[in-house]
Write a protein that binds this ligand. Structure first.
Ligand code: SF4
Length: 329
């Protein structure tokens, strides 16, 4: 039976949160990759049904499944993998605000996401300390307003598009009142995992900001982009947003040049430019996604040999305290 299409709010409140349900849907036996119950308790499963529908049934190695499966291997000790590898706590002058780089600040606009990516570098982030009240938000806006060198505000999270339209509109309208803000950059995975989020209301919020809007999508594999995602991306681009993509280089998901080249071509077909390829951060519970620097550089070299430059994302790493991301290849 064909299910009636859900609104994005319905899809967001109807996520798969039980790994056993996900395994059953994919016709997999969870005993073959046992669930890490302890890490699941700290960082629960969240998978939109539309995203699960893009996974291949009966395939434990499906690259979309690997990104969300709360495997027991997360619980194995891994020296060097820590809770806050980027030491973001050092750059958190106000609740909800990170000021790491010159000329731009990052707002933790939403304390939650539509999907839980097991490799997430903020999986241990203290969102309770970074869920500002309106009064605290006003103080963050004052911080931005008092520093004319800040020309760009990055809305991150969590996922800023997980906010209800009324809250998102208030945030964006408040920022648009600061004259030296030229660009609003939105880092989001929602148009990829719940494409219904790209509503007329969202397009209106973006258009009425009066600022240049850059949307940095987060997509790691070409199979994440189906017809509904392509339609959502076309609507965003048609509304004037500049579309870029960032991926994380993940062992077992996309750690070869063919897979990443296919992703770049798929993104470009939807008018999205590949922007960053992140060398994975050493976050506790994510060591099974780690790729060596030599392998990462070899992958990028192979992409450079096979693709035009604009389809090769910049391989970068975040080093705590550095003035910008570190370019690796
Ligand atoms: S959507 Fe982004 S912030 Fe949320 S869990 Fe995934 S990687 Fe982390």
């Amino acid at each position: 039976m064909i299910e009636p299409m859900q609104t994005w709010q319905q899809a967001l409140s109807d996520l798969i949160t039980d790994p056993r349900e996900l395994a059953e849907f994919l016709q997999l036996d969870p005993r073959l990759d046992p669930i890490g119950e302890r890490t699941l308790g700290q960082f629960p499963l969240k998978t939109p049904r539309a995203f699960a529908a893009r996974m291949e049934k009966g395939n434990w190695q499906d690259p979309l499944l690997r990104q969300v499966w709360p495997s027991h291997v997360e619980q194995l000790a891994a020296p060097g993998f820590v809770a806050d590898p980027l030491r973001e706590r050092n750059y958190n002058p106000r609740s909800g605000l990170l000021h790491k780089y010159q000329g731009r600040v990052l707002l933790i606009a939403a304390p939650h996401c539509a999907i839980h990516c097991r490799y997430c570098f903020r999986r241990e982030f203290d969102y309770r300390e970074n869920s500002p009240s309106r009064e605290q938000w006003r103080k963050a806006f004052e911080h931005i307003g008092s520093d004319a060198s800040i020309e760009e505000v990055i809305l991150s999270g969590g996922d800023p598009l997980a906010l209800a339209d009324a809250q998102l509109r208030w945030l964006i309208e408040s920022l648009a009142q600061i004259p030296h803000i030229r660009t609003l950059r939105i880092h989001t995975r929602l148009p990829v995992v719940i494409p219904e989020r790209v509503t007329d209301g969202l397009l209106d919020i973006l258009a009425s900001s009066g600022r240049q809007v850059v949307m940095v999508l987060h997509c790691n594999h070409a199979r994440e982009i189906d017809h509904a995602v392509a339609t959502a991306l076309a609507r965003l681009g048609g509304a004037g947003a500049i579309l870029l993509n960032q991926s994380v280089l993940l062992k077992g998901v996309n750690d070869d040049a063919e897979t990443l080249s296919a992703l770049s071509k798929r993104l470009f077909a939807e008018n999205v430019l590949p922007y960053y390829l992140h060398f994975p951060d050493q976050v506790v519970g994510t060591h099974h996604f780690a790729v060596t620097l030599e392998r990462a550089e070899a992958i990028v070299r192979a992409m450079q040999a096979a693709l035009p430059g604009y389809l090769v994302p910049r391989l970068v790493r975040e080093d705590p305290g550095a003035a910008a991301k570190t370019r690796l290849a």
